[in-house]
Design a protein around this ligand. Structure first.
Ligand code: FES
Length: 77
């Protein structure tokens, strides 16, 4: 079952590096992650923020996002 990666579509529009990282992850792990785009996730002060399943991560960098997803997928395996 894929893990969910949730982010705010509106906030990440101003962070192209995160959009690119999410696009890379979608390609790399097409069957393993389900990307959920919201119009607001009540994280406007923490942009860019993501949720992996039920865990919240504020102000993530692309590198941190890759590491978080990889760690989450290893836990699921
Ligand atoms: S508008 Fe993006 S988190 Fe609120």
């Amino acid at each position: 079952m894929p893990i969910s990666l949730t982010f705010c579509r509106l906030c990440t529009m101003s962070r192209p590096e995160i959009v690119q990282a999410i696009d890379q992850l979608k390609c790399e792990y097409a069957d393993d992650i389900a990307v959920v785009e919201l119009n607001c996730m009540a994280a406007c002060e923490d942009v860019p923020a993501v949720m992996l399943e039920y865990d919240y991560y504020p102000q993530v960098t692309p590198q941190e996002l890759h590491e978080l997803v990889n760690a989450s997928l290893k836990q699921e395996a």
